[in-house]
Design a protein around this ligand. Sequence first.
Ligand SMILES: [Zn+2]
Length: 173
Amino acid sequence: MNSGQLPLYIEPRKFADQDTRIEGKIALSSLSRLADYQGASNTQVEVHLRFYHEIASGNRLVTGNISTELELECQRCLEPLKFPVHTTVNLIMVWSEEQSESLPESHDPWLITEDKMSVPALLEDEILLTLPVVALHDECPASLPVVPEPEGFAQPKAADNPFAVLASLKKQN
Ligand SMILES: [Zn+2]
């Protein structure tokens, strides 16, 4: 078992055939495709993955979980939004696109293109899948302080509203 620092490359087929577990942490900053979501530095990605060969199905699988915290931008108030990620990994290794079409729905395909595959790339793929389409705070932080109206500056009146003006014109006719 590997613990502590994660390896940057793994050999998926070999790992599966040897029932290998990897556990450890990697800096979020080393996942380049997540650069926009890093926020505070020093965020870690915690990874527990098991690679194994399921004899009954003949499939080579990757299961486990990935946890970290991203920083997104709230689409309502544009303030940073902490987004915890706790995602479950359920992958079946495939070596061709065709293979990936006949998989059970419970698993996603992981297309193996090299003997050695990048761990950061795998983590990026899995974490990017968790991103919401629209990021919103449940409750946005207090809005920016309201600038008080300067003394003597008239509050807009209903009559300043062009529709209100129109309405009053209609009344006069
Ligand atoms: Zn917000």
